[in-house]
Design a protein around this ligand. Structure first.
Ligand code: NDP
Length: 290
């Protein structure tokens, strides 16, 4: 069994980005600049945005964190977005989700200039991605492709079962895995909460990508020997013994499934760190494309 080490791989990607940024700076060019809008004080969102900003600093990007009160109106938030769209010194930005209930997330995402949409959530980017044109690929699926590619895991002709069909993980990774090209050419089945006989599907899969958010859902009896497991799930499970009061669990029962798997991502330390590295990669691409 080989662990797909997302921490190590993401560090390698960050080092590659750092080298490119250093040579940009050495030739007098402005470094890439990423901004993040954070509305409110949600603990998990603060953690995610904090590590995105720290990663920017690490690779030599400029970064801007825009913190807004949770009672901000939709109009006011749209004004901030319009300002960022017009800022020529900014290559890309993200609006950290979830947003407060009184704000229409779809309206906000549609207002982002697709050229600066480094999260790859705008329909223009999603459409281009599906048509195999140059586009910002959402960071989590992009990170999964990188892990598969860098560990040289064969995907061509393999049966890949993706569990989950969300717009940010399940749906895009199912499209990408079936496309022509590296980490593609797989035969993909997309499963969701209405899927019947899911166990039969996962047992027949060469590659299983779990993105549903139910801790330790995939047990060893549901996979075959030699399977490749990508665990996207991140759930905080209460644990009084832990100083933080919770532990992070993936969608896969790692202990037992790892005994049957040929390759497997751990949680934490698998897909999670890759997501941040690929956001940086998209920001670098935004600097180079625009
Ligand atoms: P969503 O809640 O948006 O989607 C979950 C998907 O799982 C839905 O398609 C749902 O089906 C499906 N599902 C739910 N229950 C079942 C079931 N019993 N059997 C089969 N399918 C089921 O989640 P996200 O895609 O946003 O996130 C999934 C997980 O990945 C979460 O734990 C999240 O925290 C994590 N995540 C991790 C990231 C990382 O960087 N590592 C980034 C993003 C997410 P239906 O469509 O029918 O409702």
């Amino acid at each position: 069994m080989i662990i797909l080490d997302g921490k190590k791989t993401s560090n390698e990607i960050k080092e590659e980005i750092k080298i490119t940024v250093n040579s940009m700076k050495a030739s007098g060019e402005r470094p890439p600049h990423l901004a993040a809008i954070l509305v409110g004080n949600d603990g998990a969102s603060l953690t995610y945005v904090g590590s995105k900003v720290r990663s920017c600093e690490y690779v030599g990007f400029d970064s801007t964190l825009i913190r807004l009160e949770s009672n901000i109106s939709e109009e006011e938030l749209l004004r901030h977005i319009s300002d960022l769209n017009q800022d020529d010194n900014l290559d890309g930005y993200i609006v950290q989700l979830p947003l407060p209930n009184h704000i229409n997330e779809e309206k906000i995402l549609l207002a982002i200039d697709p050229k600066k949409d480094v999260d790859g959530f705008h329909p223009a980017n999603f459409g281009k991605m599906a048509l195999e044109l140059n586009a910002f690929i959402p960071a989590t699926p992009f990170g999964i492709l990188q892990l598969l590619e860098r560990y040289k895991i064969p995907t061509s002709g393999k049966h890949c079962v993706v569990v989950g069909r969300s717009h940010i993980v399940g749906r895009p990774i199912s499209i990408l895995m079936s496309q022509k090209g590296p980490a593609g050419n797989a035969t993909v089945t997309v499963a969701h909460s209405r899927t019947e006989n899911l166990d039969l599907l996962t047992r027949s899969a060469d590659i299983v990508i779990m993105a549903l958010g139910i801790p330790e859902y995939l047990t060893a009896d549901k996979v075959k020997e030699g399977v490749v497991i990508i665990d996207v799930g991140i759930t905080r499970v209460p644990d009084k013994k832990h100083p933080k009061g919770y532990v992070i669990k993936g969608d896969v029962a790692f202990e037992e499934v790892s005994k049957k798997a040929k390759f497997i991502t751990p949680v934490p330390g698998g897909v999670g760190p890759m997501t941040i590295a690929m956001l940086l990669q998209n920001t670098l691409l935004a600097r180079q494309w625009n």
